[in-house]
Design a protein around this ligand. Structure first.
Ligand code: SF4
Length: 346
């Protein structure tokens, strides 16, 4: 019998899942996964940074924060034509969803107007659209929905009690408020977090508890592994044990059975065996950044080979659902290194 979708997880229940023997946890997660998903299908999403760097926020993991010296060159919002050109390339590479990220604390109304124009144009190509622009108010979310936006990404990053150690320029409640505006506007949500930032296992449980107890489970749940970037405060943090990362995927799968659990930032640093364990534990989505739009990227070649070795296949397109098909893996397109793990890079 399929597991019921729950929104009332207690911290003790989540902690008990994390504490299960590894094989027991993976067995349970994989069983839940099979009840809701094709265990051999993996969704592929793409991302373009449409406005890079210069962000006033202080997220301790993020190279796009203006206050850290990370070598990221700030770039203004791209023009509609420039984005459209990249979106066409993504479509030609087989993508059916196009995600656009902008490093803002929260966009001004005039920024939203410009992004709405971009969304309309990308939508006109027949692509699904996703955006991550920072905090939104209700009116802005509605404007984007009216322009044809399908998904909005806004990560919770970590547990409520650890949030203040990572970000000081906004509150956890700000994130929850934006998610509410997004849901109320009728947009689908993409929302997850980052592990390996020095949090405890119980704080990892706290992130998943908060995500699963939202009024609706996010359609996509990106679980990022911190990519340590020199110049950011989290550079030098002790790395997470890979098995603890796999545990996080497994617990996410059990708690949010119908969501797409996405391996996102940090995947390129993972070895193949850990990725394979993640797919078994319930990850069924991977993320490419804008390098997908360039050709001959060795990371994509590597992923194609890994898919073959594991007999995985790209997920088929389903109308009005949270899928992206990925002939991408059968093309010469390149893959992503974008992945500061930031909220602007789901
Ligand atoms: S994660 Fe997003 S909000 Fe935080 S500094 Fe980076 S771009 Fe800005």
């Amino acid at each position: 019998m399929a597991q019921p979708i729950r929104h009332d997880w207690t911290r003790a229940e989540v902690a008990a899942l994390f504490a299960l023997p590894f094989n027991e946890l993976l067995h349970r997660a994989h069983s839940v996964h099979r009840e809701h998903h094709d265990p051999n299908a993996v969704q592929v999403s793409t991302l373009l940074s449409i406005k890079t760097g210069g962000c006033p926020e202080d997220c301790a993991y993020c190279p796009q924060a203006a206050r850290y010296d990370t070598g990221v060159q700030a770039q203004k919002l791209m023009s509609v034509d420039a984005v459209l050109e990249r979106a066409k390339a993504a479509k030609n590479a087989g993508a059916s969803r196009f995600c656009m990220g902008a490093a803002w604390r929260s966009p001004k109304d005039r920024d939203v107007e410009k992004v709405a124009e971009i969304v309309r144009a990308v939508k006109g190509l027949g692509l699904e659209t996703c955006a991550t622009l920072g905090m939104l108010n209700g009116e802005q979310a509605t404007k984007l929905k009216q322009a044809g936006l399908d998904y909005y990404n806004h990560n919770l990053d970590t547990a409520p009690e650890f949030y203040g150690e990572i970000i000081h320029t906004r509150q956890y409640q700000d994130r929850l408020d934006t998610l509410e505006h997004v849901r109320e506007a009728g947009l689908k949500t993409c929302c997850g977090g980052i592990v390996g930032m020095g949090e405890t296992r119980d704080q990892r449980a706290g992130l998943l508890q908060t995500l699963a107890n939202l009024p609706e489970h996010p359609e996509s749940v990106p679980i990022n592994q911190l990519v340590q970037v020199e110049g950011t405060p989290l550079s030098g943090t002790e790395a997470i044990d890979p098995f603890d990362f796999v545990r996080t995927i497994a617990v996410a799968r059990i708690m949010m059975p119908a969501s797409m659990v996405r391996l996102s930032a940090g995947r390129q640093q993972m070895d193949d065996a850990v990725q394979a364990l993640c797919f078994f534990a319930g990850a069924n989505s991977i993320f490419y950044g804008e390098k997908l739009l360039t050709t001959g990227n060795p990371d994509v070649e590597h992923d194609r080979a890994l898919f073959k070795r594991l007999n995985l296949h790209p997920m088929e397109v389903v109308e009005e659902a949270n899928t992206v098909h990925a002939d991408i893996l059968e093309t010469d397109a390149g893959s992503c290194g974008h992945g500061c793990g930031c909220s602007a890079a789901a």
